[in-house]
Design a protein around this ligand. Structure first.
Ligand code: GLA
Length: 388
C-alpha cells in the first residue's frame, strides 16, 4: 500500500485521502447459471485490486494503473464520460463513474485515482468486477454518498452489460460486493436471496490453478451462449409456465428436451438445468460435510461445461482432468466464464505439493508451458483500508 501511496504522490503531487481494496473471486460451482435464473456459489479471494484516491477542485478525472504503466494517465472530465476505446482498461472505472454521476448530482468535482491489481490478467477471477466495485466504493466514499450495497453491485453489472457490452449475470459483482472472510455465498440469482456458507472443508483446501492462457474472443462466445439459452428457453416455454431455465427441474427437462428441436440448444439448456441442480446439491452436501460427494459434483460440473456447454478447451480440460487423477484430490473444475483462465481443485492439505508437481508435468507435456497455482484466503468484499 505504501507503494501505491508513493506512486500517487509521484504522479499527482499530493497525498491520497482514501485507500480501498476490492477482491477477485472464484466460483465453487454454479457456472453459467446466473443469467439463467439459477444458483451460484462464489467466494471472494484475497487477490484483488487496491486503489487510492483524492478529490480535486476542478472537474477533471485522472486515472492511473500500475498494471498498465505504458498506458500512462487516463484523463477526461465529469462532462465527457462516454466509452472510448483509447481509454482501454480505464473504461471499467469510467462506466462506473458515468452512472454514479448520472445518479448523484453531489458528484460535482473531479478526482485522481491510482490502482494496482494482483489478480492475474485474463485469469477468469473477475478483475473487471473488482475494478468496477473498487471505483464505485472509492467515489461514493470520497463524496460521502451512502449508497446501498446491492445498488452498487447492480451498477457494476450495468457497466459490464451496457458500457462494456458483455451480457454477464450478477455473480461477479455480487460476490465482490458481499464477500465475507472464510465464507462462500449461495446466491439465488432469481430472487437475490443468499446464504453465507463457511468455506471449511476439513482436511481439504481449494487450490486455484491457472492455465496461463489468456482468454480471447471470450466475450463474443459468452454472449452467444447466453442467447442460445434464451432460444432453448423460448422453445420450452411452449410447454412449461416458467420465466427462466433456473425454474425447470431435471425431471421436467427430460420430459420436454426433444421439443427443443436442436441438439446444440438442447445441450446448452441441459447444462444450465443440471448445473443448477448440482449447485443446490453442493450446498446440501457441504452442510453435511460430505466433501467426497462435493468433489464428485465439481467433476460432473466440469464434464457438463466441456461436453454440453463447450466453454472449456484443451487447456482447461488438461488442467482439470489432470488434477482429478491426482491421489488426494476430491474434485476439480474450471471456474468463471471458461475458454481459458483458471480451474479449482479440492485437494487434501498434505497433497498440495503432489498436485502441483503432477499437474505441472501433465499440463506442460500437452500444452507446452506450465500452469501456475495459488493458495489464497477467502476474503471480505470491497472495503476501505484504514491507515495503520
Ligand atoms: C462470468 C460472468 C458471470 C458468470 C460467469 C459464468 O464470470 O461475469 O456473470 O456468468 O462468467 O458462470
Amino acid at each position: 500500500m505504501q507503494n501505491l501511496t508513493q506512486k500517487f504522490k509521484d504522479i499527482f503531487n499530493a497525498e491520497p485521502t482514501l485507500t480501498a481494496f476490492a477482491p477477485g473471486r472464484i466460483n465453487l460451482i454454479g457456472e453459467h447459471t446466473d443469467y439463467n435464473g439459477g444458483f451460484v456459489f462464489p467466494a471472494a479471494i484475497e487477490l484483488g485490486t487496491y486503489g487510492v484516491g483524492r478529490l480535486r477542485d476542478d472537474r477533471k478525472i485522472q486515472l492511473y494503473s500500475v498494471n498498465f504503466e505504458s498506458a500512462g494517465v487516463m484523463a477526461f472530465d465529469l462532462d465527457h464520460l462516454d466509452y472510448n476505446a483509447e481509454h482501454q482498461w480505464a473504461n471499467y472505472p469510467k462506466g462506473m463513474i458515468r452512472y454514479l454521476v448520472e445518479q448523484f448530482p453531489e458528484i460535482n468535482r473531479g478526482f485522481d485515482i491510482v490502482v494496482e491489481g494482483n489478480i492475474p490478467n485474463g485469469a477468469s477471477l473477475s478483475s473487471s468486477a473488482s475494478i468496477e466495485l473498487l471505483t464505485g466504493h472509492l467515489v461514493t466514499t470520497l463524496f460521502h454518498i451512502d449508497m446501498d450495497r446491492l445498488e452498487l453491485v447492480k451498477m457494476g453489472q450495468r457497466v459490464e452489460n451496457e458500457f462494456i457490452g458483455v451480457n454477464s449475470g450478477i455473480m461477479d459483482q455480487f460476490i465482490v460486493g458481499f464477500g465475507k472472510k472464510d465464507h462462500a455465498i449461495l446466491l439465488d440469482t432469481n430472487t437475490l436471496e443468499y446464504h453465507y456458507v463457511p468455506t471449511e472443508f476439513g482436511d481439504y483446501k481449494i487450490s486455484i490453478m491457472n492455465t496461463n492462457k489468456r482468454r480471447e474472443l471470450a466475450e463474443s462466445k459468452y454472449n452467444e451462449r447466453r442467447s442460445e439459452c434464451e432460444r432453448a428457453l423460448a422453445q420450452l416455454q411452449k410447454y412449461l409456465d416458467v420465466q427462466s431455465l433456473g425454474e425447470i427441474s431435471m425431471a421436467q427437462f427430460e420430459q420436454y428436451a426433444d421439443k427443443i428441436g436442436d441438439d446444440v440448444l438442447m445441450r446448452r439448456a441441459r447444462h444450465a438445468i443440471s448445473e443448477n441442480e448440482r449447485t443446490k446439491q453442493a450446498y446440501e452436501v457441504l452442510q453435511a460435510h460430505d466433501f467426497k460427494v462435493f468433489g464428485e459434483l465439481l467433476n460432473a460440473s466440469h464434464a457438463s461445461l466441456k461436453d454440453d456447454y463447450e466453454v472449456t478447451g484443451l487447456e482447461l480440460d488438461t488442467l482439470a482432468e489432470a488434477a482429478q487423477q491426482v491421489d488426494g484430490v476430491l474434485g476439480a473444475r474450471m471456474t468463471g466464464a471458461g475458454f481459458a483462465g483458471c480451474a479449482i481443485a479440492l485437494v487434501h492439505k498434505d497433497k498440495i505439493a503432489d498436485l502441483e508437481e503432477k499437474v505441472t508435468e501433465a499440463y506442460t507435456k500437452t500444452v507446452g508451458y506450465a500452469p501456475s497455482f495459488y493458495h489464497v484466503d477467502i476474503a471480505n468484499g470491497v472495503r476501505t483500508i484504514e491507515k495503520s
